[in-house]
Write a protein that binds this ligand. Structure first.
Ligand SMILES: Nc1ncnc2c1ncn2[C@@H]1O[C@H](COP(=O)(O)OP(=O)(O)O)[C@@H](O)[C@H]1O
Ligand SMILES: [Mg+2]
Length: 457
């Protein structure tokens, strides 16, 4: 059911609280002398979060200048002042926006769907007042204003990271609003996606699952060589990603780390996972160099690749896929090498090179009728179909469609339309029969020739 939630009311409530806070720093928990140990600890944590934000700015500026980039953004002391050309939705636009649906929530944040005046939808992220982060903070400090501020730092950090890290596999930041009486609290405006449904993805065509894995590997390659240095995703789980038009996008960045651990010897560079441990080299500069890269890569392997990549992969791509699985599972290759292997799979798949062993003559068993489409179809269902009711699969060419039709006992014909998948492959629709044909310039129908006995060959 579509629930209409008035964002403003909630935000006004927070704004009122924030106004109160100005008179009484850190709220009710502070004792008469204002120096309780809890308050000190809370202050300390707030200071650390502020420093973390500033470090992001310093690192960014250092890397940009050392790499010869001319920084367009001169704000260094307060990262939230950073203005991004793309972030054009501000407090004013947000104050009139209505949330129309709930998209999800986690330990830290709540995400609502809202409609822009032009009819476009966006995702609004704000602090989750019922979340674990807020609850743990309240248990410790009993200070709602201070805790709100502390948890808000995570969203502020995420906004800074979204401004610095821009990639097709990271959700786009479309705007933000901080500390405005109009809206209250802090809100990030993001492109809207759909929460990642692993079960649904497992049932989708290999090509779509491969797209998700490729997007992930491209993202990790970018994170390794990002404008902030090598970035590790400490909380790496499918729920930190969303899908936008078939493409995987990272949305939860507040647990990203730009630091690599300091070390004295190799044994300090231990990378631990529930089922495997790895030890990396301690570099001459006494840093576990490459640890972020390897952590991300192994997490990609254990949460995504193992489930999505090998299952029902095209037979002639299996050796390449097998190699990728082996090298990522043992962390034998860098992210650059892994990406190169993925791009090779993509290239082979797109070019149809993996079909070369099959002679073109196999299409002779089919009569081709171009410029028509079939009507009154008798559909049958097949595994990993693009369409739940019938059997729609992607093919490189008519030759691959023939191979598939030959391998399905129910198949007597198939049609190819001009519709293509993200890799540019054709969508073929297989069926067991049809009643008649009608003209359609964008379609061709291939019918299996029938033997004199009437049996399909
Ligand atoms: N851009 C978005 N579009 C749709 N849903 C989203 C978007 N961003 C996040 N979500 C959903 O909201 C949930 C919580 O967001 P997230 O940033 O992961 O918060 P937390 O830091 O609390 O885990 C996510 O698990 C996801 O399902
Ligand atoms: Mg999350």
């Amino acid at each position: 059911m579509l629930k209409s939630i008035q964002l403003k009311q909630e935000n006004e409530r927070i704004a009122q609280k924030n106004n109160k806070r100005e008179n009484k720093p850190f709220g009710d928990a502070a004792g008469p002398d204002g120096l309780t140990p809890e308050r000190d600890r809370l202050l300390q944590q707030l200071k650390e979060r502020q420093q973390e934000l500033e470090l992001l700015d310093i690192t960014f500026d250092n890397i940009q200048s050392s790499e010869g980039f001319k920084s367009l953004h001169l704000s260094t002391n307060h990262s939230v002042n950073y203005i991004n050309a793309k972030t054009d939705i501000g407090c004013e636009e947000l104050s009139g926006m209505k949330a129309v649906d709930f998209l999800g929530s986690g330990y830290t944040k709540t995400v609502l769907k809202a409609e822009l005046p032009q009819g476009l939808f966006v995702a609004l992220k704000s602090v989750n007042h019922q979340g674990t982060d807020m609850r743990l903070c309240m248990d410790e400090f009993q200070d709602s204003q201070g805790c709100h501020e502390l948890v808000s730092f995570k969203l502020r950090k995420e906004i800074v990271l979204l401004q610095r890290l821009q990639h097709p596999n990271i959700v786009e930041l479309k705007g933000q609003c901080q500390d405005s009486a109009l809206v209250g609290g802090i809100t990030a405006v993001l492109e809207q996606g759909m929460p990642l449904q692993m079960i649904q993805l497992l049932q989708s065509p290999w090509e779509e699952r491969f797209r998700v894995c490729l997007g992930l590997v491209r993202l990790l390659q970018y994170l390794t060589h990002s404008p902030l240095g090598s970035v590790a995703l400490l909380d790496f789980q499918p729920r930190q990603f969303v899908m936008v038009s078939g493409e995987l996008k990272l949305t939860d960045l507040d647990d990203a780390s730009i630091q690599e651990p300091a070390c004295q010897e190799d044994s300090d560079c231990l990378l631990q996972f529930p089922l495997r441990n790895f030890t990396l080299r301690c570099s001459p500069s006494r840093i576990c160099e490459g640890l972020n890269e390897m952590r991300n890569l192994y997490n990609a392997y254990r949460y995504f690749l193992t489930y999505l990549l090998p299952h029902q992969s095209p037979p002639l791509l299996k050796p390449l896929i097998h190699q990728i699985m082996n090298s990522t599972g043992d962390l034998k290759q860098s992210i650059n090498e892994t990406l190169a292997a993925f791009e090779e799979v993509l290239h082979t798949y797109k070019s149809g090179l993996h079909l070369e062993n099959f002679p073109p003559s196999i299409t002779r068993d089919y009569a081709v009728l171009k410029g028509v489409r079939s009507v009154g179809n008798m559909e049958y269902r097949c595994r990993l179909s693009y369409n739940q009711q019938g059997c729609v699969l992607s093919v490189h060419s008519a030759r691959e469609a023939v191979l598939i039709c030959n391998s399905h006992p129910q198949c007597t014909s198939f049609s190819l339309s001009s519709e293509r998948t993200w890799t540019g492959r054709l969508l073929a629709s297989f069926r067991s029969g049809f009643s008649h044909l009608v003209p359609d310039v964008n379609s061709a129908v291939y019918m299996r020739r029938v033997k004199a006995s009437g049996a399909v060959l």
